[in-house]
Design a protein around this ligand. Structure first.
Ligand code: GLN
Length: 249
C-alpha cells in the first residue's frame, strides 16, 4: 500500500500579517501539494494562541506594517518565540515576508526610533531608512542547488536589513533594492528558514521556491524529497511578465 503523505501548513497571524497577496503563498503551497496527491491542511494561528507549533511541517508569516509588527513581537515574547525558534532549529521550512522577515532577526528599529525585538533566529538586523524602497524586483538565487534560479516579486519597505555572518543571502538583486538597496543582496536563509522582502504573491510566480519548501518538509517528515514535476506554464508566464515590469523600473 502506498503511504499517504500529509503536510500541515501553519499560517502565522493571517489576520494581521497579510500584505500584497501574501496569503497567495499559502494557497500556492497547499495547491501544489494537492496537485501531487499530497494531503495538505492549512491552520491559522494568531495572537495569544498557544497551539503546539511542533505539529506543523511548514510555517508561513506574511508582511505587515509597524503597528502589526509591534503586536506580534509582543506575542512572540509572551507566547510563541521558544516554539518558533525550536521549529526552525529542528529544520522546519519557514517562509517569512517583509515585516515578518524583519522580525526573524535581532531587531527592527522603526522610523520613530523604537526598537522592536525580533525572534533572534537569523543573524540580521533592520533599521528604517528615510526613503521607501518600492517596486518590482528581479533577483537570482542558488538556494535550490540546481544552478541560478530567477526570483521575482514586489517590494515596499522602509526597513533596511543587514545580514551578519550567521545567515546566507537568499538571492542577488538584478533589478530593484532588496535587503537595503546598498549591498545587492536580497533575503536571508538559515537552515530551512527563508526570509525575503518579496511580496507578490511570491510563490505562485516562483514555483521553484514553493517546491523547495515542500521538498524540505517531505524530507524532514518522511525522509524523501523528490516531488513530481507540475506543468508550470502559467506560473512561468506570470514570472516573465513580472520580470518585464521590473526591467522598466
Ligand atoms: N514595516 C516594514 C517596513 O516598511 C514592513 C513593511 C511590509 O511588510 N511591507 O519596512
Amino acid at each position: 500500500m502506498r503511504l499517504q503523505l500529509t503536510l500541515e501548513i501553519c499560517h502565522l497571524y493571517p489576520d494581521l500579517m497579510n500584505l500584497y497577496g501574501d496569503r497567495g503563498n499559502v494557497i500556492a503551497l497547499w495547491r501544489r501539494c494537492i496537485w501531487r496527491g499530497i494531503e495538505a491542511r492549512v491552520t491559522g494561528v494568531s495572537l495569544s494562541s498557544s497551539s503546539d507549533l511542533s505539529q506543523f511541517d511548514i510555517l508561513f508569516l506574511g508582511g505587515g506594517q509597524d503597528r502589526e509588527q509591534k503586536a506580534i513581537c509582543y506575542d512572540f515574547a509572551r507566547v510563541k518565540a521558544p516554539q518558533i525558534r525550536k521549529a526552525v532549529e529542528d529544520g522546519t521550512p519557514f517562509l517569512a515576508i517583509c515585516g515578518g522577515y524583519q522580525l526573524l532577526g535581532e531587531y527592527y528599529q522603526t522610523g520613530s526610533g523604537e526598537k522592536l525585538p525580533g525572534l533572534g533566529i537569523m543573524d540580521l538586523y533592520t533599521v528604517a531608512g528615510r526613503k521607501r524602497l518600492i517596486g518590482n524586483v528581479v533577483a537570482q538565487s542558488d538556494l535550490a542547488g540546481s544552478g541560478p534560479a530567477r526570483l521575482v516579486g514586489f517590494e515596499n519597505h522602509s526597513g533596511k536589513t543587514y545580514l551578519g555572518r550567521g545567515v546566507k543571502p537568499l538571492a542577488r538583486v538584478l533589478s530593484g533594492y532588496g535587503n537595503n538597496g546598498e549591498d545587492g543582496l536580497e533575503g536571508a536563509v538559515y537552515k530551512n528558514a527563508v526570509g525575503t522582502y518579496l511580496h507578490g504573491a511570491l510563490l505562485p510566480k516562483n514555483p521553484w521556491l514553493a517546491d523547495w519548501l515542500i521538498s524540505q518538509a517531505l524530507k524532514r517528515k518522511y525522509g524523501r524529497a523528490e516531488i513530481a514535476p507540475l506543468d508550470d506554464t502559467l506560473e512561468l508566464m506570470a514570472q516573465e511578465s513580472a520580470a518585464r515590469r521590473a526591467a522598466k523600473r
